[in-house]
Every structure is written in C-alpha cells, then in structure tokens.
Ligand binder design. Structure first.
Ligand code: NAP
Length: 241
C-alpha cells in the first residue's frame, strides 16, 4: 500500500510510518514545520529498509494539502491509503478563558484540516483504497476544564467517519477511525502538560498510558486487507478509558 500520513513525522504518525515500512509499504510523511523531526523520521524508515519521503504542508491550507497529495503520488507512483492524523491541542483551560484565535486555530487545524485531507483522499483514491481518521477518546469524554475545543473538533471527526464511510463504500474505499486515549507523545507538551501521560497513566483502567506504536498497530490493521470488511468503524485504543 502506498501510504500518505499527515503529521507523519512525530508521535503516532511516525510510529505508523515505521510500522508501514516494516510491512513493505512506501510512505509519504506530511508535517507542518519541524524539518529536523521530518528528516529524522525519513532516516529512521530508511534505516529500517523502507522507502519514505517527507513534505511540508499545513493541513489548514487547502492548496498546500493538494500539493502534499501531488508530491505523495509523484514520489510513490500512486496512492492507496491516507492517514488523516495531524492534529493539535492548546493550553489546558476552561472554555470561558479561551481566546478567539486559539479556538479558531484548534478547530481549523483539527476539523477543517481533516476535511481538506479527507476530501483530497476521496478525490484521488480508487477501489481498494483506505482512509483512517485519527480522532480521540476526548470525543467521548468532552475534556471538561482541559480543552473542550479539541474534544469538539474530534467529535466532528467521528461524524465525518460515519458519513464518509457510507459515501465512499460504493467506490470500494474503506474509511475508519481510531480514538486514542492518553498516548505518550510530544502533544501533551503543546498543551502545557509534558508529563500528562506519566501523571494520568496509573489512573487509567489498564494502569498506564499507551504508546504511539500501540495506536499505529490499530491504524495499520484498519488500512490492511485483514480489515477488508471493516468500514465506518471507530476503534478505541484507550486502555479501557
Ligand atoms: P504530535 O506528537 O504532537 O505530532 C504531531 C504531528 O502533526 C507532527 O508531525 C506535526 O508536524 C504535525 N502537525 C501539527 N499541526 C500540523 C498542521 N497544521 N499541518 C500539518 N501537520 C501538522 O502528535 P500525536 O500525539 O502523535 O497526535 C497525532 C494525532 O493523534 C492528533 O490528531 C491527536 O489529536 C491524536 N491524538 C493523540 C493523543 C495523545 O495522547 N497523544 C490522544 C488522542 C488523539 P511538525 O512536527 O512539523 O509540527
């Protein structure tokens, strides 16, 4: 499978890229601006014997998303799978204290950006293609006092999953989502809580935070032929949370 992963250079996306490479799948990795992390991710895939390319594109910019898909198709000679993964949180806060710029940035990146990427995937994938949307357990939990803006944006991803899976089924394209719980990545530092995974881990049903590799395994299964009769599913990868 020729795979494009947005936000493919760090965290869950990077782990998915390495897992895909282990399956022999070429990967194109989208990222926003951290070039060093992108180079490191590509080098890690190469070191594992895989093929990878990285391309900078802000998912909140429709023209840049189209250019990212063009670059992926050119590099890999086609496209069979897309992981709509790029997403952000902002500082933990009550809604009443969130400024307008922050609300617009979170929703624009997580929802409008995902729509731009899913639209491009819908335009370009053919029969046998697969899309995985990366939602969050926050969509179910609401994240009160932390980031209800983020949770609401992920709730919309769950709805997109339901609709797009039905819309693309006749074209032979499967669409699924994963809802990660507390996963040990850098995203928590962006929310002002770098130790969030370690702090919350013991309180979770499985007694620990999850790893990016554990989410990647679920994403890769949903993309693979092993999930050939699965579409519109939303797989919790949240340790029972
Ligand atoms: P992460 O470690 O912070 O990595 C984020 C990746 O997304 C980076 O490659 C980053 O690129 C890219 N990105 C961010 N904003 C972008 C933009 N506007 N345009 C293009 N690329 C952008 O995040 P993560 O924890 O792996 O999270 C990945 C996904 O899982 C997100 O959708 C997140 O909401 C979801 N999720 C995570 C958790 C968790 O606990 N970690 C839980 C539930 C859901 P740069 O490196 O260039 O910035």
């Amino acid at each position: 499978m020729k795979l494009l992963i947005t936000g493919g250079t760090r965290g869950i996306g990077r782990a998915t890229a390495l897992g895909a490479a282990a399956m022999g799948w070429p990967v194109t990795l989208g990222y926003r601006g951290n070039r060093a992390a992108a180079q490191d991710a590509v080098a890690a895939v190469h070191a594992a014997g895989g093929q990878a390319w990285a391309h900078s594109a802000d998912v909140g910019d429709a023209a840049q998303v189209a250019a990212l898909f063009d670059a992926a198709e050119a590099a890999m000679g086609g496209l069979d799978g897309v992981v709509v993964n790029a997403g952000i949180v902002a500082a933990t806060s009550a809604l009443a204290d969130m400024d307008t710029d922050r609300l617009e940035r979170v929703v624009h990146t997580n929802l409008t950006g995902a729509l731009f990427c899913a639209r491009e995937a819908a335009r370009r994938l053919g029969r046998g293609g697969a899309i995985v949307l990366v939602s969050s357990a926050a969509a179910r939990l609401g994240s009160p006092g932390q980031y209800v803006d983020y949770a609401a944006s992920k709730g919309a991803i769950d709805t997109l999953n339901i609709g797009l899976a039905k819309e693309l089924a006749a074209a032979g394209i499967r669409v699924n989502a994963v809802r990660p719980g507390v996963i040990d990545t850098d995203i928590h530092a962006d929310g002002g809580e770098p130790d969030r995974a370690a702090r919350l881990g013991p309180s979770l049903p499985l007694g620990r935070a999850g790893s990016a590799d554990e989410v990647a395994a679920a994403i890769l299964w949903l993309l693979s032929d092993a999930a050939s009769y699965v579409t519109g599913a939303n797989l919790d990868v949240s340790g029972g949370r």
